[in-house]
Design a protein around this ligand. Structure first.
Ligand code: ADP
Ligand code: MG
Length: 604
């Protein structure tokens, strides 16, 4: 996981390693200053030391220790024991200051690394979400994706924090401490190495179950987010159906499930600290017995003050080991979350461009559905052998009952989905062979629900169009019958329209989205029930705007109300994914078939 994200932060890593080494050695030296202090206090050391001359060839541990003691004894003899104690205390303070400063610096240097990695993951997920095909999001629920982006990323952050400690700080502590321990007494240290893994094994057994528990909990958190999202979007309906109680009960149930999963996990997790504390003390006591036996023995390899120093260093090993055990909990949890994030990051975008996509600069001749079949779910075709030619400048209308596949059919043109069998050709080129960006830039969409963003009128209209002047925007708004009501709002084109255009009526929203399409000025226009959600008055305004927009453009219009597409050059009637009738309005009426029936029902 770290390998994937560490690269840009290598310099922080190098600094962290250097600073940690420094602070660890300072740690050891500061405790080393304790040895002579203890010796002075307990008047243990009665040997007299002779100064051994130091030169490069005779520089070893024994010489250094001996000369250290010689100087200390010298100072005690000339200035008294209490003065020496003060001196040693000052040395201890300075060493500790260096050690803590180093510790702080090494922590500080790791902060940008941690926050940077989390930022990178979040941005990666967001960019991936932008690029995945629409079909991905009908399978994966929105709340789940939000949960993956928020909660799972936090868990990963936590886990990265502890794993960075585990990978950098703790190994360095362990290396430095073990070097020291071996330096003091290799016999005792061998003994420690034998009993430590036992304690580690006990910790490992407990943490193993954590990963699966964490997966369950995160999935339930996703449920909670979905419900919240659904509720915010559906508040109007919930209130209308007086379903607050029902929704609340459903939410309570999901929350309880989440709580149960968390209970099991957190309780297990909170056993980490006390457990390692207890095991650590057990280790110390066992070493105390063993070392005590050595010291009480006449031919002891170490003295009492040295042994206390040894125990202090041994205890400093317990802390990183404890953090290892914390990492044992956090890392599986982080990996579980990373798996969930990877579900998004590694999701395959099956709407791909070919290696050398053809540029598509303009639309010249015709758009053709050639024997197109499509299904969302294998074995259940939504479109069957569709053949349709839309010539430049013509308007083709699709009608048919809801669920007959009209929206699916027009979604194939900008490649929101890819055709199953057959081919979709634009000026004779297969849409799969042309660049997606150039294909989509030729197409304008106006759908049943206008999708607007929480921004100003101006920014909503210029969405996706660069360098539009205010005059162009105003012209577009005028054609779309939107200029008047925009000017009536308090700040004109700079008025914020609210979340998803919530401050506007349905008709106004639709006219803003038409203005947006007009400004984009695409040669091909797709209208998917653009007026279906509107009342008659605003339908008239929108219809007017649409007719101006359709002028001199190639249009595929899906309409619920047949009156709006009466003048289309060709009308195709879809029934269960097949075109069952086609022709002009008059021809279809004369045919006296399905279209005639639809028309009669509506004129009633
Ligand atoms: P229309 O626009 O004519 O009302 P659609 O094209 O939206 O119909 O839907 C056609 C059929 O495809 C319907 O039966 C619908 O249930 C199904 N369908 C639409 N979208 C999806 C989807 N994302 N996944 C699976 N099935 C879908
Ligand atoms: Mg539809």
């Amino acid at each position: 996981m770290l390998k994937r994200y560490m690269k840009p932060y290598r310099k922080y890593l190098t600094w962290a390693v250097i600073l940690n080494f420094l602070s660890q050695w300072m740690n050891v030296f500061s405790f080393m200053a304790l040895i002579p202090i203890l010796n002075i206090l307990f008047k243990i050391d009665t040997t007299t030391y002779e100064y051994i001359p130091m030169d490069i060839h005779h520089l070893n541990k024994d010489v250094l220790v001996n000369n250290g003691y010689y100087y200390i004894n010298y100072i005690i003899n000339t200035h008294g024991a209490f003065f020496t104690l003060i001196m040693m205390g000052i040395i201890l303070i300075v060493m500790t200051l260096l050690k803590t400063a180093g510790y702080f610096a090494s922590s500080a240097v790791m902060v940008p690394l941690r926050t940077g990695i989390v930022r990178d993951i979040r941005i990666q997920v967001y960019d991936k979400v932008l690029n995945l095909p629409l079909s991905f999001f009908s399978e994966e629920r929105k709340g789940d994706i939000i949960a993956r982006m928020s909660a799972d990323v936090s868990v990963v952050e936590n886990s990265i924090t502890s794993s960075i400690d585990m990978l950098i700080r703790n190994p360095i502590t362990l290396i430095v401490c073990f070097i020291t321990l071996f330096g003091v007494s290799w016999q005792l240290t061998l003994f420690v190495i034998i009993i430590l893994p036992l304690a580690g094994w006990i910790m490992g057994v407990i943490s193993r179950k954590l990963k699966s528990q964490s997966v369950v909990a995160q999935a339930q958190w996703g449920d909670i987010m979905s419900q919240l999202d659904e509720t915010l979007g559906g508040l109007r309906v919930i209130k209308a159906f007086i379903a607050e109680r029902k929704m609340s009960q459903r939410f309570v149930k999901t929350n309880n499930d989440f709580r149960d999963a968390m209970n099991a996990m957190v309780i297990r997790q909170s056993s980490a600290h006390p457990m390692s504390e207890f095991l650590g003390t057990c280790v110390i006591v066992i070493v105390l017995w063993f070392g005590g036996a050595l010291i009480l023995n006449q031919y002891s390899p170490i003295d009492a003050a040295m042994f206390i120093f040894y125990l202090v260093i041994l205890y400093s090993i317990i802390t990183p080991l404890k953090e290892f055990s914390k990492a044992f909990y956090n890392i599986p949890q982080g990996l579980a979350s990373m798996d969930r994030i990877d579900m998004i990051l590694k999701a395959e975008n099956h709407i791909k461009e070919t290696e050398h996509p053809l540029p598509l600069e303009s639309f010249e001749k015709e758009l053709e559905f050639r024997d197109v079949s499509f299904s969302y779910i294998e074995g259940r075709p939504v479109l069957k052998h569709i053949n349709l030619k839309v010539e430049k400048g013509k308007t083709v209308a699709l009608v048919g009952q809801s669920g007959s596949g009209k929206s699916t059919m027009v979604d194939l043109v900008p490649r929101y989905h890819d055709v199953g069998e057959g081919a979709l050709l634009i000026d004779g080129k297969n849409v799969k062979d042309v660049s997606i960006a150039s294909l989509r830039s030729l197409i304008g969409n106006v759908n049943q629900d206008a999708i607007l963003f929480n921004d100003t009128f101006y920014n909503n209209i210029t969405f996706g169009v660069e360098n539009a002047t205010l005059e162009q925007v105003i012209d577009a708004a005028k054609i779309a019958n939107a200029h008047d009501f925009i000017m009536e709002s308090e700040k004109g084109y700079d008025t914020m329209i609210g979340d998803r255009g919530g401050r506007l009526s349905g008709g106004q929203r639709q006219r803003v989205s038409i203005a947006r399409a007009i400004l984009k000025n695409p040669p091909i226009l797709i209208l998917d029930e653009a007026t279906s959600a509107l009342d008659t008055e605003s339908e008239r305004l929108v219809q007017e705007a649409l007719e101006r927009l359709m002028k001199s453009r190639t249009t595929i219009a899906i309409a619920h109300r047949l009156s709006t597409i009466k003048n289309a050059d060709e009308i195709c009637v879809l029934y269960e994914g097949e075109i069952v009738e086609r022709g002009t309005h008059e021809a279809l009426i004369a045919l006296n078939g399905y279209y005639k029936k639809l028309n009669d029902m509506q004129s009633l």
